[in-house]
Design a protein around this ligand. Sequence first.
Ligand code: AMP
Ligand code: ZN
Length: 115
Amino acid sequence: MSHDPNCIFCKIIAGQIPSKKVYEDEDLLAFHDIHPWAPVHVLIIPKLHIASMVELTEEHVTLLGRMSVLAPRLMKELGVSNGFRTVINTGPDGGQEVYHLHMHAMGGPRPWLKG
Ligand code: AMP
Ligand code: ZN
């Protein structure tokens, strides 16, 4: 399934739910997390609906690589200059709440809400 009509992030991609976008291209979208844990907190998502890291196969390697390369670029553009954290939560014990693969990229001066 490339798109799940019940998925909140697929709805953001489709423009059915508003988001504060910071980056978009053919394959990826990045937007501010609605409940930030850090002064700067964005989510980087593939436009393809992939529920979690459990679903990943070799065909997704480039996509994941592009998400990883985008994180430091966005942190820099958003003024983060002293390091940042990237997190991908997977499954119930991983604390995943939204089942559309996403990379959290968090930065800015501490203290942070989480961590
Ligand atoms: P996770 O626990 O890794 O699945 O994280 C899901 C993240 O999505 C949480 O940090 C939420 O604050 C964030 N989130 C949920 N709904 C929205 C939304 N409509 N716009 C932006 N961020 C959202
Ligand atoms: Zn989705």
